[in-house]
Ligand binder design. Structure first.
Ligand SMILES: O=C(O)CCC(=O)C(=O)O
Length: 259
């Protein structure tokens, strides 16, 4: 899962991760404030009643996602408070990233939790996730209940405000179990979430495929199903007007390493 979090970080190989831009410093991030020029599809918003998740299906060429609001406000507030109290984020070398030879703080905080015995690669190191804590088990089990999938790992990203962000990347690591969706649950500030087709990146894209923009609300669940992460990059761009924190949990199924 080295490509999962940071590229060009300590221990990564030269030339690895040319496509990976998730930790570009804010000033260099191509996804700034909304541009009226870029074509977009809108989805997201307040969505469904949590007791009866009604899904919004988001489809484009090679993109297959479902969105719902899974937790009502009271429950989402309670979960956010517990996450803020209980989650322990990376510090030190794991909270820094090297981009084009320069060191930067990762522009958000990160943590990983999961099943005992699992290992994953991060910054060139083989790490074990922290053991599950009750608040994460509660969210994981609700997500499993509505998706019919089980998850053994969660990556947590905390954005203190709209300056914190994540650059364009795909979640296409080798460790991910094939055919299993990634379930992304958000708490706190509603943020824009952008998908861009792999053929539509860069200054002279191979072709123009309309991007997809969602707003991920407090208590929402976005299910990214295959083959979305093969064809589409996603990012959470800087939004300077957002003042409140947001915590995002991406539940994943990792194939345990052979002993
Ligand atoms: O915070 C988000 O919604 C995005 C997180 C993300 O892109 C990831 O975990 O790969």
């Amino acid at each position: 899962m080295d490509r999962f979090l940071v590229k060009g970080s300590p221990g990564s190989l030269p030339g690895e991760g040319k496509e990976e831009t998730r930790d570009k410093p804010a000033a260099a991030d191509g996804d700034g404030e909304p541009s009226s020029k870029r074509p977009r599809r809108e989805a997201g918003g307040s969505g469904a009643h949590p007791a009866d998740p009604s899904w919004r299906h988001i489809r484009a060429e090679g993109l297959d996602c479902d969105y719902t609001v899974l937790f009502g406000k009271t429950e989402a507030d309670e979960i956010l408070q517990e996450l803020e109290r209980e989650v322990e984020y990376f510090t030190g070398a794991l909270a820094r990233v090297q981009v084009f030879g320069k060191w930067h703080s990762v522009p958000r905080k990160q943590a990983t939790y999961g099943d005992a015995g699992l290992t994953y690669t991060f910054s060139g190191l083989t790490l074990s996730p922290r053991p599950w804590i009750p608040v994460l088990e509660r969210v994981r089990d609700r997500v499993s209940g509505v998706t019919g999938h089980t998850f053994n790992f969660v990556l947590i990203n905390r954005y203190k405000d709209g300056h914190d962000h994540i650059g364009e990347h795909r979640d296409d690591e080798r460790e991910l179990a094939p055919g299993i969706p990634i379930a992304s649950v958000s708490f706190g500030a509603c943020r824009d979430f952008l998908f861009r087709h792999k053929d539509s990146r860069g200054r002279s894209p191979a072709r123009r495929v309309a991007g997809v923009q969602l707003q991920l609300a407090h208590g929402s669940l976005l299910v990214m199903k295959p083959p979305t992460n093969t064809h589409w990059y996603h990012s959470l761009p800087v939004r300077k007007k957002v003042l409140a924190p947001r915590v995002n949990l991406t539940f994943r199924r990792i194939v345990p390493a052979k002993k």
